[in-house]
Design a protein around this ligand. Structure first.
Ligand code: G1P
Length: 288
């Protein structure tokens, strides 16, 4: 299994983040000094994946532009002798090869993945990363899945334990723990009611899938919210050749949730040594 491409669905409306996202894609909201989507692409690159397939819509061109050259700005920076900034923006343009596919109707995450079929199916296996989930830790989140997928030759999804009262926000899995932190998945439910969830193990937006998924996705009927759910296609996968889940190690922020979005900003800024002391000084008086 050689994972070369990552599918990043970016066609959602970002309704949780309005009015900030009225005219700016939610993926472009900054998390500290870069758009959230750049953090996701960098996680993929740190995991050895260099081709990014954005599943996009007519209002999201700015995402592709972010990963392209901006010759006018480069010229301005060059003339002003701002070589450090010039290096930074060039590096963003050069970090990934970008392929864009229009999702002409937003019919759900499963439908978004199906849109990528022609581009990724021939690879045999590929990654999917949901831009709302930002993960930070020693090992990039998606790499933790890639390692297991390569050794076990099975699709793998990332999970984390969430509080009981939040299970209705996620796809929830159940299964047997076959080694510490590794599960053979038996059952998946998309956004179950709090008292009906089979466990507290939530699917975090990281997946390594094989091209088998496309056959499963075609069988899926509209599910939760009337959408084609990737979670429902994964149930077919679990019932046929099998599906594994890895408990991801690291911190996770859901950038569609304001409290987590703001925490992610502070967390990132704190990693910047030049900023940390100043930030703490400004924050301290605000604490109750
Ligand atoms: C999607 C998936 C869900 C998963 C979640 C993680 O839901 O359908 O199974 O738990 O991403 O962020 P969404 O948040 O797009 O509604």
């Amino acid at each position: 299994m050689n994972i070369r491409k990552v599918v990043i669905p970016v066609a959602g409306w970002g309704t949780r983040s309005l009015p900030a996202t009225k005219n700016i894609p939610k993926e472009m909201l900054p998390v500290y000094n870069k758009p959230g989507v750049q953090h996701v692409v960098e996680e993929a690159i740190r995991s050895g994946i260099q081709d990014v397939v954005f599943i996009t819509n007519r209002d999201k061109n700015v995402i592709e532009d972010h990963f392209d050259y901006n010759l006018q700005l480069e010229l301005v920076l060059e003339r002003a002798g701002k070589t450090e900034q010039l290096g930074i923006i060039r590096q963003v343009a050069e970090m990934a090869k970008v392929i864009s596919i229009r999702q002409k109707k937003q019919l759900g995450l499963g439908h978004a993945v199906l849109c990528a079929e022609d581009v990724v199916a021939a690879d045999g296996a590929f990654a999917v990363m949901v831009g709302d989930d930002l993960l930070f830790g020693m090992n990039p989140g998606i790499q933790q899945l890639v390692e297991v997928a390569e050794s076990e030759h099975l699709p793998v999804i990332g999970v984390m334990e969430v509080p009981q009262e939040r299970v209705d926000r996620y796809g929830i899995i159940s299964g047997e723990e076959i080694s510490p932190g590794l599960f053979q998945v038996r059952k998946l439910v998309e956004k179950p009611k709090v008292n009906e969830a089979p466990s507290r193990m939530a699917i975090i937006g990281r997946y390594v899938l094989t091209s088998e998924i496309f056959g499963h996705l075609r069988k899926v009927q509209p599910g939760h919210g009337g959408e084609i759910q990737l979670t429902d296609a994964l149930q077919y996968q679990a019932d046929s050749r099998g599906l594994l889940a890895v408990k991801i190690r690291g911190m996770r922020f859901d950038v569609g949730d304001w409290a987590e979005y703001l925490t992610a900003n502070i967390y990132f800024a704190m990693q910047d040594e030049e900023l940390r002391d100043d930030l703490v000084r400004h924050l301290k008086p605000l604490l109750p």
